[in-house]
Design a protein. Structure first.
Ligand SMILES: [Zn+2]
Length: 229
């Protein structure tokens, strides 16, 4: 069975949580603007016949958009990541490969561990979800992932991203792939979908395992350039 052309991704958890401050003479309003978005991308039915098109050259970092809730946030470049208990050794290895791809940029730094509430974290998980058949085609969700911004106001102000990235192991051959893990981890770090097929953030799996210049440019926009200290 071939899944090619019908892989879809879901963007998860675009929740912004404003934690009310604990100590301040003038409490800030609890401004909960969270929303959970779950969007299955439309798959181009002509995908199989358009894969040979010449890729557009990328011209700016905006080629890979920033997830809206991450825009204009000051996030640390350091993330602590861990795995849910039910993640298999094989899936862990795939996630670790994706972690290495981002660490090699020098822009973000992903280290094993859980971190504190005020530190950035990523939870890697697996889930099993069978997609309903729609006529004679089935759109497969291979994973989902996304940022969750914690905004603490007041004297103890901080901003942290408690993100998640997961693979749909109901379809192991489609989902337990380095390219899918890189895509979902990209969402977790704040990257949104790109129109460019050479981006790891293209909504349909292209098997890309290298970040495009647009992907890297957007990471720099979010996290700043490599620190020397
Ligand atoms: Zn996606």
């Amino acid at each position: 069975m071939r899944y090619q052309g019908w892989l879809t991704w879901v963007t998860l958890g675009l929740a912004v949580v404003f934690v009310p401050m604990a100590l301040d003479s003038k409490p800030a309003p609890i401004n909960f603007t969270g929303e959970i978005d779950k969007v299955i991308e439309k798959v181009d039915p002509n995908f199989k016949t358009t894969t040979q098109q010449t890729q557009k050259s990328e011209t700016s970092a905006s080629d890979t958009p920033i997830e809206s809730i991450v825009q204009n946030r000051k996030l640390s470049r350091t993330y602590y990541y861990h795995f849910d208990d039910n993640v298999s050794a094989g899936a862990k290895a795939v996630f670790e490969n994706a972690v290495n791809v981002y660490n090699q940029t020098g822009i973000v730094k992903l280290v094993p561990g859980t971190g504190t509430d005020r530190q950035n974290s990523i939870t890697f998980f697996v889930y099993s979800k069978q997609m309903p058949s729609n006529g004679n085609t089935t759109m497969i969700e291979s994973g989902h992932g996304g940022p969750q911004i914690i905004q603490q106001t007041g004297w103890n102000a901080y901003t942290a991203n408690h993100a998640r990235a997961g693979l749909n192991v109901y379809y192991p051959s489609a989902a337990i792939r380095k390219s899918v893990a890189i895509h979902e981890l990209g969402h977790a770090l704040g990257l949104d979908h790109s129109h460019y097929r050479n981006s790891v953030m293209y909504p349909v799996d292209q098997g890309n395992t290298q970040l495009s210049s647009g992907d890297i440019g957007t990471l720099k926009t979010i996290y700043g350039t490599e620190e020397t200290k």
